[in-house]
Design a protein around this ligand. Structure first.
Ligand code: RNT
Ligand code: ZN
Length: 411
């Protein structure tokens, strides 16, 4: 089928494929650096990432240095249509002598910024509150020991300063996302004290003011993790309240809720009370397993909510998954393209027609239309988008992913 006949078929439903393609071009996705190396980072430490984060698998080709990671990223971005962002964690510093977390400075990340400028990428940032001996107890900003809290507060302060400089260098807001692993394996007696400590620590950490055009703070909640089954200090209620009270961005990770909760449903509700949302799009299979995202109902619904609730301009779309059993570059490409495909599908919905049916309580029409829409040739519009953006699709993509993997499998 030609693109023109696909376009005509959508036009019959009152849908403008050209407008959808143009809009899709402008939506950046923040690709997470940690998919490229199984959340290891460049601090030359051994051992697991801790904090209940676990990449499983041993596929050949893991990036071991910043140069290898950048090479992999350059390939991945060339397979993804449009211009996007990189989400960097503080443990991915690029420097000879590795400073401790409370000593990091902008200069340790400057090579990333130069590279991002060169590649035309935006950057986002994250303090790293795990994979460190001062986080071994799964307590950081809420640790009962003031000295440990101060260490992590200093780390967080520095990441904000770095993020602000990155944002100003690149002329693009750098979101600095705070996630801490803090919690208890078994039922604690003083949840309140732990939560008070977390609140006070974050207050101190984010006290310095930066231009919102350069950096924004985000806070990420979690239901539970391995090792913190009984209580996560930074729960959803905690951070929903924190973000509202302190005007930070609220981060919603799709793997951080009960598996039957619908994260898409939260977007309209939360966005009435916070200005901006950061998404960590992920695929929790039975738990927060961080599988590569698919064009699954959850992801389609997230995209649909962003479009239907008009939230695209105040939502930062980031990805958060890591799978070490498959090609790491392919994982990035598949996941990022799936997010874009979900957005394309959402942009190709006859929203006015569906809204009128809903307002008239004509739920039959709403259902018939949504189901009929599934037969429209979305794949043809996607291919057209890829062609216009000089990106492969179909068998060509399969070949190129396989070929690149072969070039790195000797690592
Ligand atoms: C952990 C959180 C967090 C991390 C990254 C590496 O459960 O999802 O976002 O995945 O910071
Ligand atoms: Zn996350």
């Amino acid at each position: 089928m030609s693109y023109d006949s696909a376009k005509a078929q959508f036009a019959d439903w009152g849908i403008d494929t050209e407008a959808a393609i143009e809009r899709l071009k402008t939506i950046p996705i923040s690709m997470h650096c940690w998919q490229g190396d199984d959340v290891v980072g460049f601090e030359q430490k051994t051992g697991s990432s801790g904090g209940g984060i676990q990449a499983t698998g041993n596929h050949p080709g893991r990036a071991r240095t910043p140069d290898e990671l950048r090479a992999d990223l350059e390939f991945a971005y060339s397979m993804v249509p449009g211009s996007h962002r990189l989400n960097l964690h503080a443990m991915y510093l690029d420097t000879e002598k590795i400073p401790d977390r409370d000593e990091i400075e902008y200069k340790h990340f400057a090579p990333w910024v130069d590279w991002a400028k060169d590649q035309g990428l935006g950057l986002d940032f994250n303090p790293t509150f795990f994979a460190h001996d001062k986080a071994d107890d799964n307590l950081t900003l809420s640790h009962p020991d003031q000295g440990i809290r101060d260490f992590w507060i200093e780390h967080g302060r520095r990441t904000r300063e770095i993020a602000a400089q990155i944002g100003s260098e690149l002329g693009s807001t750098c979101v600095n996302n705070i996630w801490v692993p803090d919690g208890y394996k078994d039922t604690p007696v003083d949840r309140m004290a732990a939560r008070r400590r977390l609140e006070t620590s974050i207050d101190q950490m984010i006290a310095a003011r930066y231009d919102g055009a350069h950096m924004r703070d985000a806070v990420e909640s979690k239901l539970f993790g391995i090792g913190v089954e009984a209580c996560t200090v930074g729960s959803h209620e905690f951070y929903m309240g924190y973000a509202m009270k302190n005007d930070t961005v609220l981060c919603l990770d799709m793997g951080h809720f009960h598996p039957t909760e619908n994260v898409a449903d939260k977007l309209s509700a939360a966005s009435l009370f916070v200005d901006e949302i950061l998404l960590h799009v992920s695929r929790p299979m039975r738990w927060d397993s961080d599988h590569v995202i698919l064009q699954s109902d959850d992801v389609l619904q997230i995209a649909q909510e962003l479009v239907a609730s008009d939230l695209l301009d105040r939502t930062y779309i980031g990805l958060d998954f890591f799978d070490a059993t498959i090609s790491r570059t392919a994982a990035w490409v598949i996941g990022t393209r799936n997010m874009q495909k979900a957005l394309l599908r959402a942009l190709l919905m006859p929203l006015d027609r569906l809204r009128s049916a809903e307002d008239a309580l004509d739920f039959t029409q709403r259902l018939v239309v949504t189901e009929q829409l599934k037969d429209l040739p979305f794949g043809r519009v996607w291919d057209e988008f890829c062609t216009r953006m000089n990106c492969p699709s179909g068998l060509q993509l399969v070949d190129q992913l396989e070929h690149y993997q072969m070039t790195v499998s000797g690592r």
